[in-house]
Design a protein around this ligand. Structure first.
Ligand code: MTE
Ligand code: MO
Length: 215
């Protein structure tokens, strides 16, 4: 990773430490009756945020590996597109304070996806890993929430590379860093483990309504 990227990551990590020390994200937990979670603003357009590496993965080379406490499997693009497809609309909230409304998505709902890999009863968490080296952890409980999916289209068009195309995950009730762009593997784990931002001061769960920003 370039020096510039290292500095950007260090900057975000320092901000996370500072905010955690200041207690930002704690004490404002009262449920908001508004659509916008506390401390968020509506973005114009859909901002792009990542580590600065945007891997170019043609669908002909794209694969999704599923490993760990399940029936391990590797999906090609054709395998993935043959799974039940759903269209749905959600909001999306980034910890850096922007939110978008009414993202129109298309892909495979998590509830349909797990039927194809049969996680073992002892599986409790998942680690998503991406083609740019990014990782993020999510509990199976959170993955069981509505509109969690593995998506390949936004606004009726194929998901662009900038936003994680050909395929990314979508966990709309948690901050956007939990939604892995360019997803390449899914590991079912029997205990929790922290991902890229979670080890750098971001909250382990990341509920925007509770402002679980930093820990
Ligand atoms: N592979 C990968 N996924 C990632 C990231 C990343 O750097 N690499 N950044 C996360 C962060 S911090 C955010 S806010 C969202 C941003 O998604 P967007 O660029 O589509 O808005 O992607 C998340 N998923
Ligand atoms: Mo983010």
């Amino acid at each position: 990773m370039s020096d510039l990227n290292d500095r950007l990551i260090q900057g975000k990590q320092q901000l996370a430490e500072k905010r955690a020390a200041q207690g930002v994200g704690t004490g404002r937990e009262q449920a908001s009756r508004d659509r916008l979670p506390p401390g968020q603003h509506l973005a114009s357009g859909w901002p792009v945020l990542d580590l600065g590496i945007k891997p170019d993965i043609p669908t002909s080379l794209w694969q999704l590996r599923v490993t760990g406490a399940c029936e391990p499997r590797t999906f090609t693009w054709a395998d993935f597109m043959a799974l039940p497809q759903a269209k749905f609309t959600t909001d999306f909230h980034c910890v850096t304070s922007w939110s978008i409304y009414d993202a129109q998505l298309e892909g495979v709902l998590w509830s349909d996806f797990i039927k194809t890999v049969s996680p073992k009863p002892e599986a409790t968490h998942v680690m998503f890993s991406s083609y740019d080296g990014y990782t993020t952890n999510v509990s199976l409980e959170d993955l069981g929430m509505p509109n969690v999916a593995i998506i390949h289209a936004f606004g009726g068009a194929p998901l662009t590379k900038e936003h994680g195309g050909p395929v990314r995950t979508w966990v709309p009730h948690l901050y956007a860093w939990k939604s892995a762009k360019w997803v390449r593997s899914i590991e079912f784990m029997t205990r929790d483990k922290r991902g890229f931002w979670e080890v750098r001061g971001y909250h382990n769960r990341g509920d925007p309504w509770k402002e679980e920003r930093y820990s």
